[in-house]
Design a protein around this ligand. Structure first.
Ligand code: FE2
Length: 353
């Protein structure tokens, strides 16, 4: 493990574990929107335009000349947004998004009053595997966001440690609803990726965590029967939606074809509320007046200087943002290595408590 990089990945405070994050009424209203508004696409399909970009966001590293394919990463986990960039799309969920309880949890967590509601999103899954290596969540920097910079670049910037001055301060309140009997928990590395992880075990019904997932490695635990975790016919274009034939079931489709049905008892719902945090008013002002913004060109220049300082020899590509060889080089140099004690996905039911 490259300790100079790995040791910088510590959350601002230890995760706080809480129960009853949403009321039954709030959960029902959120689920009503999810069932009404689908279908929802794969997480992978929403953030990446090539398999190389997936590699760049994880700790993985490929042998020279190996060409990754989507098939390596396909996992039936889907995502949608209730609120994004500070805007709630569904007025019936105002209390879930503009959530005073969560705002105050994050104020306590970061020790600052300046907290701004950023997003409310959900992951939907039936039986699935952990879905890749543990990761840190995509972050952004003053001036560079998901809508004007590729995900892989933002992740490399975070891993490099060169851009902390511009990096957003964030926190999340994440809640799970899963009553299946196999797996379905949450692994996290609160003491850094070179120390042993902790696991929040399922079953969970409104239990969750206050975390800083941009600076803490984490992963979900695989869930459900092993032989159902990879439906035949699943592709990068598959979607999930409410199953009209059952009152609480779901179905996964590829085009018009139903490739899997997910019964309520195997359905895992994650609700992810995210906030932006400012340490003081000066920092808030810098974010708002754009007097200290990062740009893609400046970020690439800083990365190239750092690669040279590290003794790497390479040709600067004409289109570095889309050049697979350049992306692979950055991935190798800022690889934090293997995380300590990555748990195996469980295959057998938990023992009854
Ligand atoms: Fe994550």
């Amino acid at each position: 493990m490259k300790s100079d990089i790995a040791s910088t990945f510590l959350p601002v405070a230890p995760p706080v574990i809480l129960d009853g994050l949403y009321s039954d009424d709030q959960r029902r209203r959120m689920l009503d929107v999810v069932r009404r508004e689908g279908p929802w696409s794969l997480i992978l399909a929403q953030y990446f335009s090539s398999p190389e970009e997936v590699i760049a966001t994880t700790t993985g590293r490929l042998p020279e000349g190996f060409k990754p394919t989507w098939d390596m990463f396909l996992n039936p986990v889907f995502r949608g947004y209730f609120a994004r960039d500070g805007v709630n799309y569904f007025p019936e969920l105002d209390d879930c998004f503009y959530n005073p309880k969560f705002i105050n949890l994050v104020r306590d967590y970061w020790k600052t009053p300046y907290v701004e509601c950023d997003q409310l999103m959900f992951n939907l899954q039936g039986p699935s595997s952990a879905g890749g290596a543990p990761h840190v969540d995509g972050t952004h920097f003053r001036g560079l966001y998901g809508n004007n910079a590729p995900t892989w670049l933002l992740n490399i910037m975070a891993k490099s440690g060169l851009f902390r001055r511009w990096q957003a301060k964030k926190a999340q309140v994440i809640a799970w609803y899963y009553q299946g009997t196999i797996g379905g928990g949450f692994h996290y590395w609160p003491d850094g990726p070179d120390k042993s992880p902790a696991t929040l075990e399922a079953p969970m019904w409104g239990r969750g965590v206050v975390v800083e997932n941009e600076m803490m490695f984490h992963s979900s635990q695989g869930c459900g029967p092993v032989d159902q975790r990879r439906p035949a016919g699943l592709t990068i274009k598959s979607t999930i939606s409410a199953d009209p034939e059952t009152s609480n079931g779901w179905r996964i489709k590829t085009g018009d074809e139903v490739v899997a049905k997910v019964p309520e008892k195997e359905f895992r719902l994650l609700i992810h509320w995210g906030a932006q945090v400012y340490g003081d008013l000066a920092e808030l002002k810098l974010a708002r007046d754009h007097s200290d913004d990062m740009t893609v060109d400046r970020a690439i220049d800083m990365l190239i200087s750092d690669l040279r300082a590290r003794g790497e020899t390479f040709e600067v590509p004409t289109d570095p943002v889309r050049d697979p060889d350049f992306i692979s080089l950055l991935t190798r140099v800022y690889d934090i290595g293997q995380l300590k004690d990555v748990p195996e996905d469980p295959s057998a039911p938990r023992r009854a408590a």
